[in-house]
Design a protein around this ligand. Sequence first.
Ligand SMILES: Cc1cc2nc3c(=O)[nH]c(=O)nc-3n(C[C@H](O)[C@H](O)[C@H](O)COP(=O)(O)O)c2cc1C
Length: 205
Amino acid sequence: MKVLLVNGGAHPKGCTNRALEEVEKALKEEEIETLIYHIPNVPLQDCIACGTCAKIGKCVFDDCVNEFVEMAKEADGFIFGTPVYYAHPTGKVQSFMDRIFYSGKAAFVHKPAATISSSRRAGSVTSMDVLNKYFSISQMPIVSSMYWNEVHGNTVEEVEQDKEGLDTMYALGKNMAWMLKCIEAGKKAGIDIPQNTKRNTNFIR
Ligand SMILES: Cc1cc2nc3c(=O)[nH]c(=O)nc-3n(C[C@H](O)[C@H](O)[C@H](O)COP(=O)(O)O)c2cc1C
């Protein structure tokens, strides 16, 4: 079983990464394979709503989005991490998630996920609310921890002092491992993934 942990911040070795490492530690202890993926620090194309992905099965802009969706097909769970910028997730992670979910949703459906955030002081829960919505519209079980999934600090050294935040990350990793093992055990016991394909269109279309 494999979990992809996404760093949606600017710093590959910053506070968000430190939080993800603590989740990763717990996952590895449970023998879950992991990969921390830093969304590249290049100008990231926003979704232009062209609809090409529905025709060709991938985003028309062939960048890290298509690369990540291919990796996501092989993954069993996801952690998306973001620093807080002006009380919201980074623009980069939102553009990235708009495009991976719009062009590659099938790679995520019914797989458990969680959001984590790092901030100096405020805006964590509002940021997590934004990212959790990608999961709840995609039939993905949202994994929780013992407290809100946030660490605080402007530097890794400061995050290191946020013992409660790091404990929360560690527990999140353990809970993700437990959820993955339950899903695996369910499959072996013959519990199939629901086939929820029927959805009436609304009055507009
Ligand atoms: C543009 C910008 C806006 C920020 N806005 C907030 C904010 O609203 N609330 C907050 O607590 N920290 C804010 N911060 C601080 C970062 O969230 C914090 O330093 C975070 O831990 C950095 O994570 P990183 O090292 O992974 O990049 C902001 C930082 C930047 C660069």
